[in-house]
Write a protein that binds this ligand. Structure first.
Ligand code: NIG
Ligand code: FE
Length: 434
């Protein structure tokens, strides 16, 4: 088996101790100032000080050598919360929001998520794939090597399964590892406006069994929010997902504190996401559980809401992961460097805590920590080079990606913000109708 050596790198990585990194450990990184990484068969075979690694292996055993020129080498980003499978953008809705119309008001009037539902229903699978692939590759060019993608713009069995097939294809036809989440309970469809419980029954009795039968999703998520799904409805949906063998996730306390964070703790969900309005009591309940808090600062930015209280969560011992939430409504960005920057500048996370948030803890939030999330021997050789000496460059370079190279399973898949083999992208008609 061929060995590929990456040398002369300032290596930074969280250390996987078998569980998400919390409290002090969230900011405690492995740092090798003059490090080298040995990749064999797409996996990390060794990671250590360059001189000591070179003393152990004969030059003849090295098939290729890359001089990282002192750049920073970190694990590939894991984006544990996205909605990148959508058919049309919502620029006119953005115009309304920046003039003051609240996000949930737009949804109440049949726009927002419901306009994305209409667009997905009108779009065939191959076009939906093209649009989704474009966003996925753009994320990869900025350093994302693993991502979670949710359904939830279908809201009926046929269209939810269509989305999940597209999501599966993104994993198969791009270098990315993709984790699919079924989110049939993303909004109450217009037809069920007067009887949301009937829709909850449809999710439980028809959609979850169909998703289970096809084995096409790893997790189930629900939007627990005023005017969307109540705490009790969310509990029923997540319990039946759990009984069907799916992991549980919840959009919790994004706008209003309905107690979604507490529900995640009670059910032992894999993650509780958003948490902009979570109570102190539920922060401590979450800290006492095995749940990872997935924070989405680009959503707070886009909705002009106060950011999640990352400092309080880390102090309480709750592991924090970071994600883009990329979607055409509340957070239209696939940039993990932007999310990293917001977490440092707006949530006062240290760059070392943020690095754990975009890698190891994110991998735990989507059940991928055995494969990715840190530079440990045996894990996939998913890593990035940064134009900078420390990961702080990701916050320092505001609005710009300092990622100069992206490696997936040891192979370079993007450099200087461009993917290496950019497949022909057809002309996309993905703007909204207005
Ligand atoms: O995480 N909150 C619900 N879902 C997404 C928004 C989806 C949309 O507006 O299309 C979120 O913010
Ligand atoms: Fe979301």
């Amino acid at each position: 088996m061929a060995n590929h050596l990456f040398r002369n790198a300032a290596i930074y990585s969280p250390q996987d101790r078998g569980k998400p990194a919390s409290g002090h450990a969230q900011g405690d990184l492995l740092h090798i100032p003059q490090g080298a990484l040995l990749v064999t068969d797409g996996k990390i075979a060794a990671i250590e000080d360059e001189a000591s690694l070179l003393a152990k292996i004969a030059a003849a055993d090295i098939a290729s050598e890359t001089d990282c020129r002192g750049q920073c080498l970190i694990p590939g980003f894991v984006d544990p919360h996205t909605h990148i499978c959508f058919a049309r953008r919502r620029e006119s809705e953005f115009a309304l929001r920046i003039r003051g119309t609240p996000y949930l008001e737009i949804l109440k009037q049949g726009g927002g998520i419901l306009s994305s539902v209409k667009a997905v229903a009108q779009t065939d699978e191959s076009q939906l794939f093209e649009v989704t692939r474009r966003t996925a590759l753009s994320a990869m060019a900025m350093g994302t090597t693993t991502m979670e993608v949710k359904s939830g713009y279908g809201l009926d069995t046929e269209n939810e399964l269509k989305m999940l097939r597209v999501i599966e294809q993104i994993g198969q036809q791009t270098p990315l590892d993709v984790v699919a989440t079924f989110m049939g309970a993303h909004a109450v469809p217009t037809d069920f406006k007067d009887d949301p419980d009937a829709f909850v029954r449809l999710v439980i009795e028809e959609m979850i069994p169909a998703v289970e039968a096809q084995g096409i999703a790893r997790f189930c998520d629900v939007f627990c929010e005023q005017g969307v799904f109540t705490l009790d409805q969310s509990r029923r949906i997540l319990e039946s997902a759990r009984d069907a063998g799916l992991g549980m996730k919840i959009h919790a306390d994004e706008v209003h504190d309905l107690g979604g964070g507490g529900l995640a703790a009670e059910l032992g969900a894999a993650s509780a996401d958003h948490l902009l309005s979570v109570s102190d009591e539920n922060i401590s309940r979450l800290a006492d559980s095995s749940v990872v808090a997935v924070l989405l600062p680009a959503t707070a930015y886009s909705l002009r809401k106060p950011y999640a209280r990352a400092r309080d969560m880390i102090s309480a011992g709750l592991p924090v992961a970071l994600a883009t939430d990329c979607n055409p409504g509340s957070s239209y960005t696939e940039s993990m460097p932007f999310v990293f920057g917001l977490s440092v500048m707006m949530m006062e996370m240290s760059p070392t805590e943020a690095l754990t948030g975009v890698t190891l803890n994110a991998a735990y939030a989507i059940g991928m920590a055995r494969q990715v999330g840190s530079l440990d021997v045996g894990k996939q050789a998913d890593f990035l080079l940064l134009d900078g000496e420390t990961p702080a460059m990701l916050a320092y370079r505001a609005g710009v990606s300092p990622v100069t190279a992206v490696y997936k399973r040891g192979k370079k898949v993007a450099s200087n913000s461009r993917v290496s083999e950019y497949p022909a992208l057809h002309h996309l008609d993905w703007n909204d109708d207005n």
